[in-house]
Design a protein around this ligand. Structure first.
Ligand code: HEM
Length: 343
């Protein structure tokens, strides 16, 4: 998932996203959060684990959504409290673990029809086999599933909502997409690394969204006493850093509360460097390994939606919920969009 292999995902992501968008129909009104889940759950699962792992049967899709959402919503408490206190959360966790237990043999032997490359989960399974730790495979599967969906879906939601609530930015993005891919049509398009480079505003919008909706805290347990200024923090204590508040410091991000994608012009994104003090993906050894894939997935998602559909927001930009400290901020209340296929 590093930057070297990243663009090998471009074709797959474009195809999977187009497949899902075909189910959307020609026009309609829908809840934006639900829309993003229906688009990104199958795409992410089919790419990271194996094509076809995401169910195609209506009832099973509903079951997956219900259990993943219950697991995601309860994660902060569920990962710390005894499971007997959180029956529903525990039930959904077991359901998801069972899904992986059942499918791991198929994931292991899966071969892509196009090339022989491994999926991300296959690479994880190989490592577990080398470490003779295979009994933990379903748990790693669930970790990868949660890490890949729990932040990417709300970031895609917010990016879309921010762009639609800034008409000038929306217009510039639409013009950019038309200049690269031609006027809208119903035909499938291919998205290349070069095309993405011609549309930097989309990437800036995603990063600006992540800056504004960054995780509340990132935590580390102190293993050896550490001196910070005049304090010595003893081992066993927890040290926390808040990307959310750091990103609101005007010293590092002038006019921090405004959605200003153009501030990302200064970042050397070609060299894969973010702006100084941008900490939404953590830092150091345990920095998010999926960060470049997440950006790529959301970029392509935005390009395709705007290429095929004219969209508008039917509700004001929702507030962010203050319930979650871990992970990016979730929206509070409904936010509907209207979409109509472009001719
Ligand atoms: C915009 C979307 C995303 C955001 C904001 C995000 C953010 C984060 C953060 C803050 C961490 C903790 C870093 C630390 O402790 O220093 C993390 C860890 C992780 N992320 Fe992401 N992430 C995103 C998308 C993804 C995706 C798409 C994947 C998988 C393909 C992924 C896989 C992981 C994994 C496996 C870890 C655990 C790393 C470890 O503990 O060594 N993330 N992410």
């Amino acid at each position: 998932m590093g930057t070297l292999n990243l663009y090998k995902f471009t074709g797959q992501l474009t195809e999977e996203l187009q497949e899902q968008l075909q189910n959307l129909g020609t026009h309609g009104t829908t809840d934006l959060n639900k829309f993003m889940r229906h688009l990104l759950y199958p795409v992410t699962v089919n790419i990271l684990f194996k094509k076809g792992l995401f169910p195609s049967d209506e009832r099973k899709i509903r079951e997956f959504h219900q259990h993943f959402q219950a697991y995601d919503e309860g994660f902060e408490y569920g990962s710390q409290l005894p499971e007997c206190l959180l029956r529903n959360w525990s039930k959904s966790k077991k359901w998801l673990l069972e899904l992986f237990k059942k499918n791991i043999p198929d994931i292991k032997t899966y071969k892509s029809a196009k090339d022989n490359s491994l999926t991300v989960m296959q690479a994880v399974l190989d490592l577990l086999e080398m470490e003779a730790n295979e009994q933990k495979s379903p748990n790693y599967g669930l970790l990868l599933l949660w890490a890949s969906l729990s932040n990417t879906v709300p970031v895609a939601f917010w990016t879309f909502a921010f762009v639609l609530s800034h008409p000038n930015i929306h217009r510039t993005i639409m013009e950019g997409i038309s200049s690269v891919f031609g006027t809208a049509g119903k035909d499938k398009i291919k998205v290349s690394e070069d095309d993405l480079k011609k549309l930097p505003l989309i990437k800036w919008c995603i990063l600006e969204t992540i800056r504004l909706r960054a995780p509340g805290v990132i935590t580390r347990k102190v293993l050896k006493p550490v001196k910070i200024l005049n304090y010595t923090v003893p081992s066993g204590d927890l040290l926390m850093l808040s990307p959310f508040w750091l990103h609101r410091n005007p010293k590092y991000f002038p006019e921090p509360d405004l959605f200003k994608p153009e501030r990302w012009k200064k970042a050397n994104l070609e060299k894969h460097a973010f702006l100084d003090c941008f900490m939404a993906f953590g830092s150091g050894k345990y920095q998010c390994p999926g960060r470049w894939l997440a950006l790529l997935e959301i970029q392509i998602c935005i390009i395709l939606i705007f290429y095929y559909y004219d969209c508008s927001l039917l509700d004001p930009l929702p507030k962010q919920s203050s319930l979650h400290l871990v992970g990016v901020q979730q929206p509070e209340g409904r936010c509907r969009i209207q979409f109509k296929q472009r001719k």
